[in-house]
Design a protein around this ligand. Sequence first.
Ligand code: OSB
Ligand code: MG
Length: 376
Amino acid sequence: MITIDAIHMREINMPLAHPFETSFGVTTGRRILLVEIEAEGLTAWGECVAGEHPYFTDEMIDTAWIITETELIPKLLEAKLENGGSVPDALKQVRGHRMAKAALESAVWDLESQMEKVPLAQLLGGTRKAINCGVSIGIQPSPEQLMDKIALELEAGYQRIKLKCKPGWDNGIFEMVRKRWPEILLSCDANSAYRMKDFDHIATWDEFKLLMAEQPLWYDDFYFHSMLQKRIETAICLDESIRNRRDALAAIDMGSCRIINIKVGRVGGFSEAIAVHNVAAERGIPVWCGGMLETGIGRAHNIALSSLPNFKLPGDVSASSRYWAEDIIEPEVTVSNKGEIVVPASVGSGYKVLPERIEKLTVRKRTLRAKARVTA
Ligand code: OSB
Ligand code: MG
C-alpha cells in the first residue's frame, strides 16, 4: 500500500534552445505541468506532455491542469494504491485526458521504484542496458539550414534522422538528403498534414527508402491509413492515432501501420504503454519511443520505458542540450558518440530532480493534501 500525503502541481515556463516547427505550428518555449508526489517519506515527480495548444491531439496544458486539480488528484488521494499499476483503475471514471493521467501514473511508478529500491527501468520490465537514439528535426527556414543541422546530428552519433514534413517541405528535401547521405536511417513525420488526394504523391516517397512515414493522415484515423499502406512500400508508423492497446490491435489487424511510436502521455501512462508494447511484440510489430520536447523529468521516464525489449528501432529520446540551456535534472541526459543513452542501473529513474531550479521557473503552484488519516 502507498499512502500519499500530498501532491503538488506546478506550471513551469522554459524557453527552448531552438524553435521547433511541425506541420501544425512552431513552438518557441514550453509551458509545462509538473506533479510532485509526497509519500512514504519520499518524493517523486511526473511531467505532463500536453502542449501549449491542442494542436497535436486534443489536450493542452490548461485542460490538463484543471482535470488534474479537480478530478485526478482528488481520486488518487482517496484511492487504495498498491503500486503504479493500480493508478489507471483509480482514475478510470475520467474519460480521456490521457496526458494528464500519465503524469500522475509516471510519478507513482517512480515512487514505487524508490520504495522497492530498484531501477525504474527494471520495474517496468526493461532489459536493455542502453537505448538507441535518433533525432526529430523540425521544419527549418531553408533547406541549407536543414542540411547543416543533419550534418551536426550525424556527427554527434545519432542513429536515425527523422524529418518533420508537410506539403511543400517533403520530396525536395528528401532528395537533397538522400543525395548527400544515401545510406542513413531516414524517416519523416507529417503530423497529419496529408489527405486522400495526396496518395499518389506519398507513393513517390518509396524511392527515398524511408525507414517509415509517421502519421501522414488524420490524427484519429486507421481506415484511410490502411488504404494508403496498401498503396505504398514505405512502412507507415502511427503516432497520434494510437491511444491505447485496443487501438494498436485495430491498427495492426487492419494493416494501417507496420511500426508504432509509443508516447507514455499519448496512451495515458506506463501501464497502457507496456500493454501497447506487448501487443505489438506479440504481432511482430516493432515500436520506438517518441518524444514531446520533454524536460529531464519526462525524458528520464522515456529512457526507462525504452529499455523494454520490443523498442527495436531508435527513438526520438535525445540529449537534454538539444532542447534546454539548463535542464531540471542532474546529470542532464547525454548521448554517446554511438548514439546511445545508458539506462541508469541505480534506484529510481537514476536522475536527481533539481527543486531550486524548478522553483525559479515556476509561474503557478497548487498543493492538494490527503484528508487527515486516523492513526492507531
Ligand atoms: O509528432 O513526434 C511528434 C514534438 C512535439 C509534438 C509531436 C511530436 C514531436 C516530435 C519531437 O517529433 C520529438 C522530440 O524531440 O521530443
Ligand atoms: Mg509524431
